[in-house]
Design a binder for this molecule. Sequence first.
Ligand code: SF4
Length: 334
Amino acid sequence: MIDTDAYSTRLRSLAVDRASRSLLIADLRGTAQQDDLTEPVNCGGYGRIHHFTRDTSPGWPANPLPIDPAAKALGLDTGMAMMRAQVFQNAVCNWRCWWCYVPFELLSGSPKHSAMLAAGQLVDSYLSLEDRPPVLDLSGGQPDLVPEWVLWTLQALDQRDVTDAYVWSDDNLSNDYFWTCLTPDERQYIAAHPRYGRVACFKGFDPKSFAFNTRAAPDLFDRQFTLFRRLAATGMDIYGYATFTAPSPDGMTGEMSGFVDRLQQIDERLPLRVVPLEIQVWGPVGPRMRGPHERSLAVQQEAIGAWTAELASRFTVAETAMPITAVPRPGRSR
Ligand code: SF4
């Protein structure tokens, strides 16, 4: 089991240089992840293009993230089926989800697969792309081991008077560095930025599924809600993902009901801003899988049924059909 706090401290020490405003960025060249890409790596091997698509498998809700928040912020047509994004990945993550599509060697800060690059340099690489995507996705890894990355990126774009780019970042809800490493003014700059949104991922619907998925201690399942609540309180445009792979379907209905209760304790309408993600087996994942992982893929199919039933029992059809960007930010429902 991972000692999350100790490992986070160690990884952060490798992953940021505040003096030069640089971050440790994954080099995708020659990795198993490269084989999964539909377009060649770009920006010297440190970037890639991702196609975010709204369509999902039968039985799973459509995924409007980050298509709809980006379209709204940039004044583009809403309802697009696909949106391209430029992705950079930081080369550190404190968890090891068995289904992570990133090879684990790109999560440990290995100098063989990463380089320190300035946030402004990454922004300039993005701006120089032909056919530049509207979204700049700061992914990982766990970007919030270095919360300065979002800040420095937004500042670099603003200094260059760029108003047609939307910054989107991922967060695995594992640490409080957003508060301990940034000043109140810096936090406010991020939270109030009109072209920034964040998605935070709940990795399981109960402590057992959380630990099974991440290799972190089961009690950190609770911390995810605490951190989400704190992030939401800043007023930032925050959304959620949820993954539902679990070792067993036992007690599913009650556990899923409890999970939705926990979301609603943060905000009554928060479940409408959370998108369950179906776990799929990408290139690096197959070799990691054992029997329980195979079985958990079937469990997630039961889980999405339980999630859908929970939402149907708590919200009207009109509410569940609402565009995700029309659901008030958490804390602003009333
Ligand atoms: S938290 Fe994200 S980056 Fe880290 S192992 Fe899990 S899926 Fe991969």
